[in-house]
Design a protein around this ligand. Structure first.
Ligand SMILES: *Cc1c(COP(=O)(O)O)cnc(C)c1O
Length: 392
């Protein structure tokens, strides 16, 4: 039986085998898991990619519960857990790309993904080419005989360009190229990439899924065709996740929908309000027309999330410090998707964009809108922008 998403978020992963008579699964910590018999050990070996106890690295009931929930939410055949989102991304790339392959990676990709592509992957003989996030169906022209995979991230988590996912998937499928997407922005609530024909969907569960800025976790979900390679390859790399972090994320998942709805509504409200500010050149919120790819966003996504950026129309490091150093509610920090508001500013993109150089009169300010009152957040931003202006 399939449920609507809100119900799935409550039900998923709560099989009696994982919970006993408790509401939630237990935190099962383990390295060794002992077998009742030789036959039980053999059975575990034969079903090593299923939820059968064998060894701590393969997971415990806590991770089976979370994986089951993620597969249901993503519509996936299988998923694998990693100690953080970056490990999920690098592992998927390592597991599917080989020496001599050419891969296409979106130019607006999360910077640590780029570090890995330019570092380890290149050193291992994989040729990496960055494509314009707005390329759409023209991606066909970049596909070569040895193109192995396309790595998407949409919207790009800093400048927020939205990609034409169906057009890219169509071109990839015509050439038998694997597609992977960093789906952290949308969470499974706002985009189910596998429904669009994407082969592998990756999340930094550190962000919305956990939602409380207190753990790190990554998850990759695959369709039937790529499930075994994903699991076997990731297991070979030795990845596993802490049962405590998995439990915390499973707990976060229960409230994902209410958090997301509230934060998304507040984010859109604040983004529209910022559009009218004299210092704001334009707002990069994927649901607003000023964001490249907003048409595709409104077509493909179920909704927006709490993350967006805005570009200022004047540049000054001093003004930026005057603004950001004195914020009341927006803390300066990496990451996003937690219950608390965050802010981050970027003035230099030379090493972040190589195919489509970034041009703007002022810095890009990215905010993650938390669960605080919207009026308090607007006031904080308003006073911050006033300080910016006074220090230009
Ligand atoms: C944070 C982030 C990651 C990496 O996740 P970690 O859990 O911090 O390693 C990957 N992709 C995007 C878009 C992110 O924002």
């Amino acid at each position: 039986m399939t449920y609507k998403k809100d119900t799935t978020l409550v039900h998923a992963g709560r099989r009696k085998a994982y919970t006993g008579n408790l509401v939630n699964p237990m935190v099962a910590r383990a390295s060794t898991i002992v077998f009742d018999s030789i036959a039980a050990q053999q059975n575990a070996e034969q079903h090593r990619n299923e939820y059968v106890d064998s060894y701590g690295r393969r997971g415990t009931t806590t991770s089976y519960a979370f994986k089951e929930a993620m597969c249901e939410l993503e519509g996936a055949a299988a998923c694998y857990l990693y100690p953080c989102g970056t490990a999920a991304i690098t592992s998927c790339l390592l597991v599917f790309a080989s020496a001599g392959d050419h891969i296409l990676v979106v130019d607006s990709v999360y910077q640590p993904t780029r570090f890995f592509c330019d570092g380890t992957l290149s050193r291992m003989g994989v040729e990496v080419e960055y494509y314009d996030p707005l390329i759409g169906e023209n991606i066909s022209s970049l596909i070569r005989h040895n193109t192995r995979l396309i790595f998407l991230e949409s919207p790009g988590s800093l400048t927020m360009e939205v990609q034409d996912i169906p057009a890219i998937v169509k071109a990839a499928q015509q050439h038998e190229v694997i597609t992977m997407i960093d789906n952290t922005y949308a969470s499974p609530l706002n985009l189910r990439p596998l429904d669009f024909g994407i082969d592998i969907s990756i999340h930094s569960a550190t962000k919305y899924l956990n939602g409380h800025s207190d753990i790190m976790l990554g998850v990759a979900s695959a369709n039937e065709q790529h499930a075994t390679q994903l699991i076997d390859g990731s297991y070979e790399l030795g990845h596993c996740a802490s049962p405590d972090d998995v439990y915390t994320t499973l707990r976060g998942l229960r409230t994902l929908s209410v958090r997301m709805r509230h934060q998304a509504e507040a984010a859109l409200d604040i983004a529209q309000w910022l559009e009218r500010h004299e210092l704001v050149d334009h707002v990069r919120h994927p649901a607003l027309a000023s964001c490249p790819g907003s048409t595709e966003f409104l077509r493909d996504y179920q909704g927006n999330s709490s993350l967006f950026s805005f570009v200022l129309n004047a540049d000054s490091q001093n003004a930026l410090a005057a603004m950001i150093d004195n914020m009341e509610h927006f803390a300066l920090g990496y990451s996003w998707g937690g219950y608390e508001s965050l802010i981050l500013a970027n003035r230099h993109f030379e090493d972040k964009r190589t195919t489509v150089p970034w041009q703007a009169a002022g810095p890009v300010i990215r905010v993650s809108i938390g669960l605080e009152d919207v009026d308090d957040l607007k006031q904080d931003l308003s006073l911050g922008l006033q300080r910016y202006k006074e220090n230009l």
